[in-house]
Design a binder for this molecule. Structure first.
Ligand code: HGY
Ligand code: MN
Ligand code: MN
Length: 396
């Protein structure tokens, strides 16, 4: 029912905004490139006859009314920001597919009972605002205080964040099409995944306190080398992580201070990220890490939790709706968990939420090599459009 050609053309055009050859996407939330991308999407929404608006934190909405005035809205979309050097589909696929669904529904004269809103969330990717920021603002989940300098950096205010909260009663359900960002579908040749749940994410700022000293004249045995202590600790930690299969862990940010080749590092700082479908497992893993820090003789280690987003289940009714949509279109699908976090994690806290996955070639994402075939992209948009129509029937 969608126009695959129009959808893919708009998606690829959006993918050129902020794209740097050899690097990947340069489109952080609140950046110039981000604003250019959002303006492009807003124009496309208006051309499609949607009424557009933006909330106080920079989320973009395109709305078309339904036949039942005052009914809660079906919302579909994803995020428009990208990780540094990331790909062009992580986020924008879901926004442009929701827009294409709106166009196809309108062009076919399908009268939805519920209003339909396309959303482009801001600041979904991890960063100073904690990730899934735009959708957490909409759902009232921005609980931890944000440092003044971070608010100023992005032109945000506490009042603005609070004003962005949407009354959950105004929402009927939320749907998000997204690339899988893992190898499950690609390895099995299955074109559509239907996520059953989304992992929780926890992040910890870890500091190892050593002692700066001369890198040449300080005897090895007398050094309080923060780098060696941190790497010893992490080697022991990852040896334990490798014995488990119910959570994943990453250290993507690691810095040494003062950071000179001729100085024994006095401090090592890193961000430890733990993800699991089960919050209790995330907590157990953290306790194990903490115990390692405490028992590892030598240098003092401080650990501060900076992010805790529990895992969420996705609405079975929307999983069934997506499965029916696939069945009607003769598209094979499989239910599976999501190892990546998404705005649907925030939305699932306030309204029935569902997701649809399309394969990531070689499972690669958060990389300039991120890729999905045009056929799979268009198939995902088709299933999303049909699922929206299904959702319109199942919710009052
Ligand atoms: O990190 C994530 O899981 C998401 O891609 N932001
Ligand atoms: Mn994403
Ligand atoms: Mn991402």
């Amino acid at each position: 029912m969608i126009s695959g050609e129009r959808f893919l053309s708009d998606l690829e055009t959006l993918g050129t905004i902020g794209w740097v050859e050899g690097h990947g996407m340069d489109r952080a939330a609140y950046s110039k490139n981000y604003e250019e991308a959002r303006t492009f999407v807003q124009k496309k929404m208006e051309e499609a006859g949607l009424s557009t608006s933006m909330d106080e934190v920079g989320n973009l909405f395109g709305r078309m009314e339904g036949t039942e005035g005052g009914a809660p809205a079906i919302m579909a979309g994803s995020h428009l920001d990208a990780v540094p050097g990331g790909g062009k589909y992580d986020g924008p696929l879901g926004v442009m597919a929701a827009l294409e669904a709106a166009r196809a529904i309108r062009e076919r004269g399908i009268a939805l009972r519920h209003p339909f809103e396309v959303v482009g969330f801001i600041a979904e990717e991890g960063g100073p605002l904690g990730g899934t920021f735009g959708s957490r603002a909409l759902t009232g989940l921005v609980k931890d205080p944000i440092p003044e300098e971070v608010l100023n950096q992005f032109g945000l205010t506490v009042e603005g964040i609070q004003a962005a909260r949407r009354d959950p009663a105004s929402l009927c359900c939320y749907l998000e099409l997204h690339i899988e960002q893992g190898p499950y579908l690609d390895r099995r040749g299955i074109p559509i995944g239907i996520p059953t749940g989304i992992v929780g994410i926890s992040r910890y700022a870890v500091t190892v306190e050593g002692e700066t000293n001369h890198a040449g004249s300080t005897p090895m045995k007398e050094r309080k080398d923060a780098m060696r202590h941190a790497t010893d600790l992490l080697n022991k930690w990852f040896a334990w992580v490798d014995t488990r299969d119910d959570f994943v862990c990453n250290v993507g940010v690691f810095s040494l201070h003062p950071g000179s080749v001729a100085i024994v590092p006095g401090a090592a700082e890193f961000i430890l990220e733990i993800r699991s479908l089960k919050d209790a497992v995330m907590e157990e893993a953290f306790q194990r890490f903490k115990a390692l820090c405490d028992c590892e003789a030598g240098l003092p280690v401080t650990v501060r939790r900076t992010v805790w987003k529990g895992g969420t289940d996705l609405a079975p009714g929307l999983q069934d709706a997506a499965e029916r949509a696939c069945g009607a279109a003769g598209i094979p699908c499989v239910r599976m968990p999501s190892g990546a976090s998404h705005d649907a994690n925030s939305m699932a806290h306030v309204t029935p939420s569902g997701m649809i996955f399309v394969p990531s070639i070689r499972g690669v994402s958060h990389s300039k090599e991120e890729a999905t075939s045009p056929e799979d992209l268009a198939r995902g948009a088709e299933v999303l459009a049909r699922t929206i129509i299904e959702a319109d029937k199942i919710f009052s």
